[in-house]
Design a protein around this ligand. Sequence first.
Ligand code: BDR
Ligand code: CA
Length: 303
Amino acid sequence: VRAVILDMDPGIDDAAAIAVALNNPGLDVKLITTVAGNVSVDKTTTNALKLVEFFGKNIPIAKGAAEPLKKKFEDAAAIHGETGLPGYDFPTPRMEVSKLAATEAIAAELSHSKEPMTLIATGAYTNIASFIKQYPELLVKIDELILMGGSISGGNASSVAEFNVFTDPDAAKIVFESGLKITMIGLDVTLKALISKETSDQLVTLGEAGKMLHGIINAYGDVHEGGKPMHDVITILYALHPEMIKLRNEYIDVVTEGPAIGATVADILHRWHAEKDFNARVGVGIDAAFFNKWFIKQVKLMN
Ligand code: BDR
Ligand code: CA
């Protein structure tokens, strides 16, 4: 069983990722931290609480950064709705958020843990970057940092930048330069594994959790030919079944200014870094049919 900390901005695909992570016995979710991204941090925190309560779990939720490190905050309410979690009527959450802020909560969790833990980040990396700066001595406790974000083949926030990196490029730069073992699950993978209409239609038949996911995925504005990407869910698939994602070692530099701000540049021709050097394992391939079948199986585990 893999012990994980989830850092997220729920968000519809983040919510689906939480749903899978909380209900798969292969993962032990120790903490969820929230960040501003798809919507404000107050809203992403409320949404995380809604999910954890929906599944009746007792997992601490710590609120993180309300703003990127330097860049002006811009949300993605156009895609995830004003609340960040439309399409299902959740009761108002009763659970309270942790007294610790996200970075302190991550530090506390890692310092108490005897085993190394995996960090999965599916929002802007603001909390993770602050944690790296404030607690460098704890980085040895992280066996892998799995990121949803970035792209080496074109963006979704601009023609070159993916949304999570675009939201806080300065944080992303700190993260990619941290020396942590980074696996980047970016658009190069997530756009290759769309949830088909057939899969999302099937969800309504799969109990209350299936209805909830059907509702939120229906309301999701990230529409592509062939279906909707469940970007953040792929990090959870990877954490459970790393062999299902084809990876490539690359040196990633993050652009923090100008029209290419938020781009994750892979040094494919080794112009800037030595051939043997890399700072990330970049996901480039996935079997979409497998992903759809796997997702349905995960939903069956939820009831
Ligand atoms: C990423 O941006 C967010 O809108 C999604 O939740 C996902 O994490 C995709 O680019
Ligand atoms: Ca997200």
